[in-house]
Design a protein around this ligand. Sequence first.
Ligand SMILES: NC(=O)c1ccc[n+]([C@@H]2O[C@H](COP(=O)([O-])OP(=O)(O)OC[C@H]3O[C@@H](n4cnc5c(N)ncnc54)[C@H](O)[C@@H]3O)[C@@H](O)[C@H]2O)c1
Length: 349
Amino acid sequence: MGNAGDRVVMVTGGAGYIGAHAVLRLLRDGWEVVVVDRMIPGRANPAGLEAIRRAEPAASARLHVVNVDVADGPAVRRVFEEHRCASVLHFAGLAYVAESVGKPVEYYVENVSKGVRFIETAVACGVKRLVVSSSCTVYGEPDAASLPVREGDQMHPTHPYGTSKWMLERIVRHTVDANPSMGACCLRYFNVAGCDRSGVLGEVHEPETHVIPIILRCLAGRWPGTNNVFFIFGDDFSTHDGTAVRDYVHVDDVIDAHVRALGVIRPGLTLAYNLGLGKGVSIRELIGACERVTGKRLDVRVGARRPGDAPMLWADASLARAELGWTPAVGTVEEMVESAWRWMSGQPK
Ligand SMILES: NC(=O)c1ccc[n+]([C@@H]2O[C@H](COP(=O)([O-])OP(=O)(O)OC[C@H]3O[C@@H](n4cnc5c(N)ncnc54)[C@H](O)[C@@H]3O)[C@@H](O)[C@H]2O)c1
């Protein structure tokens, strides 16, 4: 590195849960950060960016926030030209599996069509390094014998959200093949969990759909919709306790992999890595961890399965460990829950 723009990174979706964690880390690492976010109500959390400014006042001048849609080519081009970003972390998109089943067209428009428009602008503006948020859902519903999943395994996504990520990965790969002056990395996150351990950022969605914040809100008496009762979506999966098994990975570790990816991306190459701990944790085990951390007992009922939910999924992340030098610092769901609970406990009701 050393050219103009090499320490300037565009973060699309930087006002969202994972994107804001990236912004915090990049500012602390000395980067100039340009957030491009269309501030979708209930998904974006502009207060998180304000919390970053308060926590890192000296870095605040290096944070630029632009309220724009990634598909708005002329506006995004102006941002690229003004800030000369050579690197992009592309988090922007819609991210709810169950919602995607009911709104497939919306998901393909938001994640694929708009992703293509954004990539077109990024290529035209000479971006060198592109890191894209992908997802474990690209693998679909592998049978128990195929676990843990590896990057080279077959990908059979079973719902619009997973398919949109699979398509985006393909589009990125073909774009790099045709434009070898740039390189890319698709990071397939498993279940991203927790809040930054310095206590600046939390996870804020309205409505919330992620399991750990929902459990914690039930435990805190802040989930009035069900009277603070937590509903398990199905306990008849073919897993050891009947509930769905997932691989949880701390958000700070996910961001660490992005920073490492920026360092290893090479022109003409598209890399892809799983980001998970390689441990399956069931919903019942997760509930146990939340009860231990909070010292409270959860009121639990069992509801119907949600469409599109795989019974179990966990990662073989040895490639990210070997090639990115990625070593997750948070090794248990208890620690992930602790970070989320600490942040939530500090929030006004
Ligand atoms: N949270 C997880 O466990 C998880 C797992 C796998 C993959 N991912 C992926 O990671 C990325 C970030 O997830 P998240 O949980 O932070 O989501 P989020 O909903 O918290 O944040 C998404 C952000 O993107 C913005 N955005 C959406 N569409 C946009 C557009 N067209 N133009 C500009 N901004 C736009 C929203 O306003 C929001 O601020 C997503 O691509 C998601 O699919 C998340």
